[in-house]
Design a protein around this ligand. Structure first.
Ligand SMILES: C[S@@+](CC[C@H](N)C(=O)[O-])C[C@H]1O[C@@H](n2cnc3c(N)ncnc32)[C@H](O)[C@@H]1O
Length: 346
């Protein structure tokens, strides 16, 4: 007997989440937060006690307001005057992989690293406005702990995206790492800022098959919201002679990544927060798109270099995260189709 097909989707057709899945997750997150049932290794270590000092920015610019604090983000977040008013957090933390950052020592015992992770996550969640969203860039070894911590803090997962890159470190002991997770959570999924039309890309139906049905749609002809695996031109790791590269910084993210997140999840004038400034990619892109931003960096040298990028160099690839195609097949000749046939998806 054929299986019954679930046709009750949030969007019609295809491989889609059933209606109500987000609400179910939201209720489950509330129960997790209330019952404290999830125990993780980091819970065995006492939480960080933040310094009792109001932080002042080391660097500041206007139009739009941009501030860079130098210090430990756990201390700055705890006393940030903007707590409760941040629209969007983007966090790309140290991964505890012994990376030689400027001043930060990137090699803690695992339990301490998890505690550190929960502490900065808590600082970010508390900084968010009730409608706020948070994105975390994190590899395989800590993704699960971050997902569970955000869920037990009562946030709802909107997407578990993947940033896929082709030039991972070569190895033969296991499959080569070619991705990092981009975890997208919201405090309130119904109230979050979400601008799908600002991040559209060409659908495969348009770019590979030149299907006239996608041009017959009433709006967004030939376009769709990007899928949840991100790759393509300008999406590679920033290394070698990449135009965007800021020497002396490690693990710099591509501008297109931040552009997609910031345009989709904030509005002009919104306040964006990045607790791990690095080379300043988030504030650089935020400024280019007229968003206010706050960023925090532990290393004073890193901070100075990032500020130069944010205020003097600016965004180099503005607009290149949308409008193109991520198709993995070349355009094909197709039989002429009747343009009047209804579009079934993108
Ligand atoms: C993965 S890098 C961020 C890269 C950034 N997304 C970019 O595109 O350039 C992490 C940065 O966080 C900084 N950092 C590490 N621990 C920190 C802490 N507790 N507070 C603030 N910054 C910290 C490191 O010095 C490093 O520059």
């Amino acid at each position: 007997m054929p299986e019954a097909k679930n046709v009750d989707f949030d969007r019609p057709g295809g491989y889609a989440m059933p209606k109500g899945a987000t609400q179910v997750q939201r209720r489950a997150a509330k129960d997790l937060a209330r019952d404290g049932v999830v125990k993780l290794l980091g819970d065995t270590v006492p939480a960080h006690v933040a310094k009792d000092e109001t932080p002042t920015p080391a660097f500041q610019a206007s139009d739009p307001d941009t501030r860079l604090f130098v210090g430990d983000c756990r201390d700055v977040l705890a006393r940030l005057p903007d707590r409760g008013n941040v629209d969007l957090v983007f966090a790309d933390p140290p991964f505890n992989w012994d990376v030689p950052y400027d001043e930060w020592r990137d090699g803690m015992p695992r339990a301490e690293f998890e505690r550190f992770t929960f502490d900065w996550l808590d600082g970010c969640v508390d900084a968010l406005a009730p409608h706020g969203s948070i994105w975390v860039n994190i590899p395989d070894d800590t993704a699960a702990e971050i997902v569970m911590h955000l869920k037990r803090r009562g946030l709802t997962m909107i997407n578990w995206c993947v940033w896929h890159f082709r030039f991972g470190q070569n190895r033969d002991s296991s499959f080569i790492m070619s991705k990092v997770h981009a975890l997208y959570f919201a405090k309130n999924p119904d109230e979050r800022i979400w601008n799908p039309k600002d991040v559209l890309e060409q659908s495969d139906r348009a770019s590979i098959y030149a299907d006239p049905r996608t041009q017959a749609k009433d709006e967004n002809k030939g376009m769709r919201v990007p899928m949840d695996v991100w790759y393509g031109p300008y999406w590679g790791r920033i290394q070698g002679n990449n135009t965007e590269r800021r020497h002396r910084h490690h693990n710099q993210l591509p501008e297109v990544y931040l552009e997609r997140v910031i345009r989709a999840c904030s509005n002009e004038g919104s306040l964006v927060l990045d607790p791990f400034c690095g080379s300043g990619t988030t504030s650089t892109v935020a400024r280019a798109w007229n968003r206010r931003s706050i960023t925090i960096e532990y290393g004073a040298g890193n901070a100075e270099s990032a500020w130069q990028r944010i205020t003097q160099i600016g965004m180099l690839r503005k607009g290149l995260s949308s409008g193109g195609t991520s198709a993995i097949a070349p355009a094909r000749a197709t039989k002429k189709r009747r343009p009047s046939a209804p579009a079934s998806d993108a």
